[in-house]
Design a protein around this ligand. Structure first.
Ligand code: MRU
Length: 385
């Protein structure tokens, strides 16, 4: 079985409902722009590249359906009307979640294609077709670039381990959150690197944090690693220091939602804690993300908008009712349990934190690996964007 966040067939788009994983596999059809926005905001789909893919595919399907309709809408009658119709939809989708810049990059890319096609003097139908192609391309190109960056990063780590005179065949690598097939259009970024090490027989074991409160680790990364038959161990978020004290961990590998020009990186909350502890234990800390995650407009991490999730999400745990019986159809009986007193109101619940570039050993994109110059605390990312 291969896990996938998005399934398409012609203009039909379905996403796996990640709120119900790993116990129930439910695909939801996304027919409208509003449904795509809701799915992203409610985190039925999540992960920076996956939400960008869904937004781009939804725009593509919406325009494709209009192009093939018996009664084409008025807005397909002129480039001006088409532009006035599509642009607010791109802006709207970008507001679904604020931290992951891939979503913004995808919407900006569609706007650029719209502008170029207009400058080329194309008619509205030809411009709409260009947008359909571009939207589908944004999704389609993700898997290949994930494989490329995973190899860059994996080979870099193996070289680092060799340089320290250690055995590069038995690597223990820790990750945070979920950055695999469910967070992308396939293969993954940080989890892609771990998969690459496993495929090339360099990995001994993957360690992953639960990543509360949404449990991207315990629910999604656990499922992906089990599906891929990769030896793996889960730990609670509070156990990272203990893990580093008692196990030989060769690297921490994480994804990113936004990387500032100097390399400061926003990723799932808890990443910063792991980076501080990795520095203390002299463990390489590697960020793996596509170029579309790098935001050159932002000088450093202080300007990255950090999404605050509703307090209720940190007070609840969702899961299958235990003891349960698993069957081919998945577990239907799920429950949401409140773990705090009912009248607890004040909860600090940022979805992301920012790891300063100073604590990051390498930033890997599909173009290669960037490291800091000796004595520098910031990256020059020009070779990897
Ligand atoms: O809130 P989420 O689950 O969307 O956060 C996801 C992460 O922080 C990932 O590490 C990041 O988006 C990279 S996914 C390849």
């Amino acid at each position: 079985m291969t896990l996938t966040s998005i399934k398409t067939s012609g203009d039909k788009i379905e996403i796996i409902n990640q709120l119900l994983l790993p116990h129930t596999t439910e695909f939801i059809e996304i027919d409208t722009i509003e449904q795509a926005y809701d799915a992203i905001k409610s985190m039925r789909i999540r992960g920076a590249p996956a939400i960008a893919s869904l937004a781009a595919l939804t725009i593509a399907s919406h325009l494709s359906r209009a192009l093939h309709s018996q009664t084409p809408p008025d807005w397909l009658s002129s480039p001006e009307l088409l532009s006035a119709y599509v642009t607010p939809k791109l802006n709207y989708l970008y507001t679904a979640r604020p931290t992951a810049v891939n979503l913004g990059a995808a919407m900006r890319r569609l706007k650029n294609r719209l502008r170029t096609a207009r400058e080329e003097g194309k008619d509205a139908r030809a411009i709409a077709q260009d947008l359909v192609d571009e939207g589908r391309e944004i999704d389609a190109e993700d898997v290949a670039r994930n494989k490329t960056m995973s190899k860059w990063g994996g080979d870099w780590l193996v070289d680092q381990v060799k340089a320290k005179g250690k055995d590069p065949e038995g690597l223990n690598v820790m990750t945070v959150c979920n950055t695999g097939s469910l967070a992308t259009s396939g293969y993954g970024t940080a989890l892609g690197l771990i998969t690459y090490l496993h495929e090339t027989k360099k990995l001994s074991r993957a360690f992953f944090t639960q990543s509360t409160p949404y449990h991207q680790g315990s629910r999604l990364t656990a499922l992906e690693l089990l599906t891929l038959n990769i030896p793996a161990t889960m730990l609670c978020d509070s156990m990272v220091g203990s893990l580093f004290q008692h196990h030989d961990i060769h690297a921490v590998v994480v994804g990113a939602d936004r990387i500032a020009r100097n390399g400061d990186t926003a990723n799932k909350v808890g990443t910063y804690n792991a980076a501080v502890l990795a520095a203390r234990h002299n463990i390489p800390f590697i960020v793996v993300a596509p170029i579309s995650t790098v935001d050159l407009d932002i000088a450093d991490g202080s300007a990255i908008p950090i999404e605050q999730r509703p307090p209720i999400e940190a007070r609840l745990v969702r899961g299958a009712v235990y003891p349960f019986t698993l069957n081919g159809q998945g577990v239907k009986e799920q429950a949401t349990v409140m773990v705090t007193p009912e009248n607890l109101e004040s909860v600090y619940n940022p979805s992301f934190d920012v790891t300063p570039a100073e604590l990051i050993s390498a930033i890997v994109t599909e173009k290669g690996v960037a490291v800091k110059a000796d004595g520098e605390n910031a990256f020059d990312l020009s070779s990897v964007v």
